[in-house]
Write a protein that binds this ligand. Structure first.
Ligand code: PHE
Length: 448
């Protein structure tokens, strides 16, 4: 309902909320394990290229579509497309993806709660060897009920915040959380870099071995870039529908991409030096961060305090991300299905509870239940980032680059000619040609 829309109060709030959406488990949990599985340096180079030439223009495209239409993703495409065309159908894929992401994301966010409390009560602060931490993870996730209970706690908090609406909470929380998390990460980055053998980790992350570039590495890096920037599910589009007219879109997009990348690289700078120093394997998958970090913490003075602080901040970073991905379906339910905000938030909550439960049990009771050889958790995680998000991104870039009214695009991107005029042609070029071709090329390479 139009009259329920509140806009973000300040430009800083806009950036903080979008950065809050972008920064989360994607940077600190997913980036290190994806980089670890896909060869480190080679992955990083492709990741950076994707963020710069595809990611930033795509953030701009979502921003433009959202702000120009001031409504949810389906309404937005319908409003801006040519009469009779069917572009708005792609919005269903975005909404579906956001719900799938929420369903597995809440499980990992639940792990952060378990680890936060385990740090406080001492279960994680012993001076044990790395085997202890990997056993801890396996026992905990294998137990089924404990991870499920944390996922439900997380989803319930997410629901309670969402019921209250966009502005209250999100802006203020992101403003505070992001800098604090940054400080804690930098402290551990220094700690990790001082460990014996850290140089090996740096080499792994920064020295690319081009022979390691396979179709899988390309797909993984592209998916990770989109996941980390919250692209292709229309999160940023939905947030931009709450932006005021004077928010500079290109500048905001660049700041978001820059900060998001900085967080991911810092996470890599913590994980890889420590990993090589402990002689652990980089290709551990989703367990990686939850095994390495507690080990580093437990071997640091005041580790219990640091660990609790870190996991609590990671939990906050996760909740600013889940709020943003939930907002997509909530705005859709409110505006297209005419639900009240309370009911829409409840529906989002219930859907996530059902699928979140299946994902939470994927490491225990349902670990043998596989589709295409993957557990539901892995399936949701891979199919959204590697396929659904890139497909939506192709549509958004073509829509903004080719289909939208040129004047509208220009006026939105440059704030009526007042900002970013110099970048306009380059962004349009990337949207028209570079982004769709790059994404398609990765898909085609994969198929071949
Ligand atoms: N970008 C978020 C992260 O890195 C995840 C996310 C994906 C948020 C899609 C919103 C939409 O954790």
């Amino acid at each position: 309902m139009k009259n329920q829309r509140t806009l973000f109060a300040t430009k800083l709030g806009v950036i903080a909320a979008s950065v809050g959406s972008a920064i989360g488990l994607g940077n600190i949990w997913r980036f290190p394990y994806e980089a670890g599985q896909h060869g480190g340096g080679a992955f990083l180079i492709i990741y950076l290229a994707m963020v710069t030439i595809v990611g930033i223009p795509l953030i701009c495209s979502e921003f433009v579509i959202g702000r120009a239409s001031q409504t949810n993703v389906l309404g937005a495409l319908r409003k801006l497309e040519r009469r009779g065309s069917r572009w708005h159908w792609i919005s269903y894929l975005g909404i579906l993806s956001s719900l799938m992401i929420l369903s597995f994301y809440c499980v990992v966010a639940g792990w952060t709660l378990e680890y936060g409390f385990a740090s406080i009560n001492g279960a994680l602060s012993s001076q044990a060897g790395e085997q202890y931490y990997s056993d801890y993870f396996r026992t905990f996730t294998g137990e089924s009920m404990r991870p499920l209970h944390w996922a439900i706690v997380f989803l319930t908090l997410n629901y309670l915040i969402l019921r209250r609406g966009v502005r209250s909470g999100i802006e203020r929380m992101s403003n505070l959380m992001t800098p604090l998390l940054f400080v804690i990460l930098v402290v551990f980055c220094v700690k990790s870099l001082m460990m014996p053998g850290a140089a090996e980790g740096l080499k792994f992350l920064f020295v690319p071995d081009f022979s390691k570039i396979t179709p899988d590495v390309l797909l993984g890096a592209m998916g990770q870039a989109f996941f980390s920037l919250s692209l292709g599910v229309s999160t940023l589009l939905t947030y931009a529908s709450y932006f005021k007219r004077d928010v500079p879109l290109v500048k905001s997009a660049s700041i978001i991409a820059g900060l998001d990348t900085a967080f991911a690289i810092i996470a890599g700078l913590i994980i890889f030096p420590a990993l090589f120093s402990f002689n652990m394997e980089p290709a551990e998958g989703p367990r990686l961060v939850f095994e390495v970090l507690p080990y580093i913490f437990s071997h640091t003075a005041g580790g219990q305090f640091w660990a609790a602080g870190f996991f609590f901040l990671l939990f906050l970073a996760s909740i600013t991300s889940t709020i943003s991905m939930s907002e997509i379906s909530i705005a859709f339910f409110c505006e297209e299905w005419h639900m009240s905000r309370e009911k829409a938030s409840l529906l989002n909550y219930v859907i996530a509870l059902v699928f979140g439960t299946i994902c939470a049990l994927s490491f225990g009771m349902l670990s043998d239940f596989t589709i295409f050889g993957m557990t539901v958790f892995d399936l949701f995680n891979n199919i959204t980032a590697n396929y659904f998000m890139p497909i939506c991104c192709i549509f958004f870039s073509i829509f903004a680059g080719w289909m939208m009214d040129k004047n509208l695009l220009h006026n939105q991107l440059t704030n009526n000619g007042k900002t970013a005029r110099r970048f306009f042609p380059a962004i349009v070029f990337c949207l028209k040609f570079v982004a769709p071709t790059a994404i398609l090329a990765v898909f085609v390479y994969q198929l071949i």
